[in-house]
Design a protein around this ligand. Structure first.
Ligand code: ATR
Length: 294
């Protein structure tokens, strides 16, 4: 666990278990340098047993806030004093900060997902009567909430374990007005010809994982395909979609965009997700891939 004496400059961290391969320090340190801010952002690998005490001591440990990742997002939600509407809707928190001595929690994965789509496929929303989301874990929860919040007319959650997809449908029942439904993998072939936006939130297609068994060919012209996986940067799903002439949006942007509002809360400046930042993180991913650590 990373814990040190209070220091005069603002410090944040990412708390996870494991967390040592997180790219978040790379992102926040880039922005700190860019804005000439004397601050820091590091990694705190904290076990679930130690997590509540770590959170209670966050300020005493010299931190102005933190990001929270797997497996702590739900526990963080239970530990905060105040939560944003988005965090409450998801029951999960990925960004912590202090306001008037109270610990606040937000879930910026939603804004990260939407900002990445807005940047990579402008106008996607107007052209999306039906969105299909692959997977039903924490990432899918943020994606589904974002799609519903943006008014997508029909969201279908496709998951290997149908009961998990159904649980997500039930979770958002009050919010969705009947706009979401669950399906299993066998139902996907029937859905694709109507799917204007396909989102992969499963780990399939990630380096070292099995491939994602989805062929985007039957999707309609003008459809958009996006993948939360960013190692590799261009997943086989995105390659196939591009070959089919569809618009594609890679997953790295979701990571970069979700980081921005945390930085603003801790360090007082809203940073920009620039090409220079992307190049910086991509160079690191490529370096890690060479060493077999991506
Ligand atoms: P996260 O919080 O990152 O979304 P997660 O909760 O572990 O991660 O969810 C991973 C998703 O990938 C799940 O939807 C999972 O399907 P199950 O709910 O059936 O487990 C999906 N997934 C992982 N490995 C898979 C595989 N080999 N085939 C199909 N789906 C898989």
């Amino acid at each position: 666990m990373t814990q040190s004496s209070p220091q005069s400059f603002p410090r944040a961290c990412i708390i996870g278990f494991p967390a040592r391969h997180s790219r978040s320090p790379l992102i926040h340190r880039f922005w700190l340098r860019e804005h000439g801010i004397a601050g820091d952002y590091d990694i705190a690998e904290v076990s679930p047993d130690d997590f509540p005490a770590f959170i209670r001591n966050l300020a005493a440990g010299g931190r102005v806030g933190a990001n929270v990742t797997v497996p702590h997002k739900e526990a963080a939600f239970r530990l905060v004093d105040e939560a944003t509407d988005t965090a409450r809707a998801l029951g999960a928190v990925n960004t912590l900060w202090f306001e008037n001595g109270r610990l606040w929690g937000d879930n910026t994965d939603v804004a990260g997902f939407l900002a990445n789509l807005d940047a990579g496929a402008p106008g996607w929303q107007e052209a999306t009567p039906v969105a299909t989301v692959l997977g039903a874990g924490g990432a899918a929860r943020a994606v589904v909430y974002g799609l519903l919040a943006r008014g997508v007319g029909r969201v279908v959650i496709v998951n290997r374990t149908l009961a998990r997809a159904q649980a997500l449908v039930d979770h958002f029942e009050g919010l969705s007005g009947g706009r979401i439904e669950a399906a299993d993998w066998d139902g996907l072939a029937r859905l694709l010809p109507d799917t204007a936006l396909l989102v992969n939130t499963t780990s399939l297609g990630m380096h070292g994982q099995p491939p994602l068994p989805v062929d985007p060919d039957p999707m309609p012209d003008g459809a958009v395909v996006t993948d939360a996986v960013y190692v590799p940067l261009e997943t086989p799903l995105l390659v196939a979609a591009r070959r089919r002439g569809l618009r594609t949006v890679g997953g790295l942007g979701m990571l970069l965009h979700q980081a921005a509002s945390g930085f603003a809360r801790w360090f007082g400046v809203m940073p920009v997700v620039s090409q220079a930042l992307q190049d910086h993180v991509v160079a690191d991913l490529q370096e890690a891939a060479k060493g077999g650590k991506a």
